[in-house]
Design a protein around this ligand. Structure first.
Ligand SMILES: Nc1ncnc2c1ncn2[C@@H]1O[C@H](COP(=O)(O)OP(=O)(O)OP(=O)(O)O)[C@@H](O)[C@H]1O
Ligand SMILES: [Mg+2]
Length: 464
């Protein structure tokens, strides 16, 4: 069942139940109040006749019949007077048709002969709706008979029926109008949802730039807004992915082309000196190493993309940083670059040790790579209660202002780096940035061309 019909059905059921119960309650109240009125009137009249009759009993009994007949004409009701056994003594109707008959079977008469007034309503074919009202007749505190009044209440019942029909018509009309309105409301609520569902389909087909046009500050409006934001983000991610794949394949093509260029002359020329063979094979080996390094870095990045959280442990990060310096010492020495390490002995923070090592390694390695002979690279660690601060500064070639904002992007390389044929892929700092983000930290870079570069990394101490 669609949401539209669910909303409508709920509305409809609530409506029907509330209208029907209100209707029944109202009608019952009106019905009871009208009929009570009628009961009271009839019982009062029956009592008046019973009083008259009881005055005549034993004194002037001959007046009983004419009085009853006369009274019955005035109040427009049939009046029956029974003795104490329920046998009719006087019947005001026609020619006293029930006189001499026993009507003790009438429950109202039986009740009256036991001393209490009683009424009941009957439908009598030929006469229509009729109310019986019976009361006892007493003489000297003894019940000597009963008076039974039979009055037509056709007009009252007709009136009540008219009210009932009018209520049914009115409530049906209200019900229909509210049902139509609830259908419109259900439509109003579900249409934007339908549009959002359609939009999801469009997005799932890869059209990430598709936007739903739903305005408003309600929940659905906000949902549409987030949906559009999601589309924009997906588009960005998709663009990044495409660029990443094309950059990666381009990077892989370069060593492959170099290998091919080295292999082809070896195949086509017959009498090649063995030393040349060896030289070419060494070059091929270098290219294979380069490719392996690239594939490894791509794997690191791909793995990083898959993780959203890392398993941190409290580690002595000054020790990890010192290991980086130790392992890069030889490379720095070869290049004639001095490495300076400045840190307290023990600085602890919740980090993923391997990734943290790699983060510092990549930045320090860059420092060595992009600093000419005679320069220096400094790694400084400090901390307070909240964060640890890692500063890596070099006296190298620096990064131009145009390149600076892009250094953390994948495959971003400064022109200087290319011209120097340093052989980097432009992935090292992208990996650093991912690791900093995984540790909920922050990285900043400042640089002056020709003077040097400084990276400042801040990592929260508590990160578990
Ligand atoms: N300390 C630095 N001094 C000058 N330029 C730098 C420095 N660090 C990074 N860069 C510039 O930023 C670019 C991106 O650095 P990144 O480490 O991401 O790539 P890479 O070093 O070229 O290659 P690799 O993927 O091997 O690390 C570098 O190519 C270089 O131009
Ligand atoms: Mg690098």
């Amino acid at each position: 069942m669609s949401l539209r019909w669910k909303i409508f059905s709920v509305y409809f059921v609530i409506l029907i139940v509330s209208l029907a119960s209100t209707g029944i309650y109202l009608f019952n109240n009106i019905y009871e109040s009208y009929l009570n009125n009628e009961r009271v009137t009839n019982l009062t009249q029956a009592n008046m006749i019973a009083n008259l009759v009881s005055n005549f009993i034993g004194v002037s009994s001959y007046l009983i019949e004419p009085t009853i007949v006369d009274y019955s004409k005035q109040i427009n009701s049939r009046v029956l007077f029974t003795d104490v056994n329920g046998k009719v003594v006087v019947d005001s109707a026609g020619n006293g048709e029930l006189e001499g008959k026993d009507i003790n079977s009438y429950s109202d008469v039986r009740a009256a002969l036991k001393g209490s007034g009683s009424t009941s309503i009957h439908y009598i074919s030929g006469s229509g709706w009729t109310m019986y009202a019976a009361v006892p007749v007493t003489a000297k505190n003894d019940i000597v008979g009963s008076i039974l009044l039979s009055t037509s209440i056709d007009d009252v019942m007709g009136f009540l029926n008219t009210i009932k029909m009018q209520m049914i018509y009115t409530f049906t009309a209200i019900g229909s109008i509210v049902s139509i309105l609830s259908l419109i409301v259900a439509d109003f609520i579900t249409k934007p949802l339908k549009r959002l569902t359609d939009a999801t389909k469009v997005i799932s087909e890869g059209k990430f730039d598709y936007k739903v046009n739903i305005k408003g500050s309600d929940e659905i409006g906000k949902l549409a807004e987030s949906f559009n934001e999601m589309g924009t983000k997906l588009m960005k991610i998709d663009d990044e992915r495409k660029r990443f794949v094309s950059d990666a394949s381009h990077e892989l093509k370069t060593p492959l082309a170099a290998i091919k260029a080295l292999v082809e002359p070896l195949i086509s020329n017959e009498n090649i000196d063995i030393s040349l063979y060896k030289e070419f094979l060494r070059d091929i080996n270098d290219e294979v190493d380069r490719m392996t390094r690239l594939v490894n870095e791509l794997l690191v990045l791909a793995r990083m993309d898959k993780i959203n959280s890392i398993k941190n442990k409290t580690e002595n990060i000054s020790e990890i940083a010192y290991n980086v310096i130790e392992n890069l010492e030889a490379i720095a020495k070869n290049k004639g670059v001095s490495l300076v390490f400045d840190s307290d002995e023990k600085i602890f923070a919740d980090v993923d040790a391997d990734r943290f090592y790699r983060m510092i390694y990549n930045v320090v390695e860059n420092g060595i790579k992009y600093t000419p002979e005679g320069g220096s690279v400094t790694l400084k660690l400090s901390c307070d209660d909240k964060n640890v601060y890692i500063k890596i500064a070099d006296t190298g070639i620096g990064i131009s202002q145009e390149t600076l904002p892009k250094v953390f992007e994948r495959f971003s390389r400064g022109d200087t780096a290319r011209s120097q044929k340093t052989g980097g892929f432009g992935l090292g700092l992208a990996i650093v940035k991912e690791i900093v983000d995984l540790h909920k930290g922050h990285i900043d870079v400042k640089s002056t061309v020709g003077k040097g570069t400084e990276f400042d990394i801040t990592i929260p101490v508590k990160n578990i």
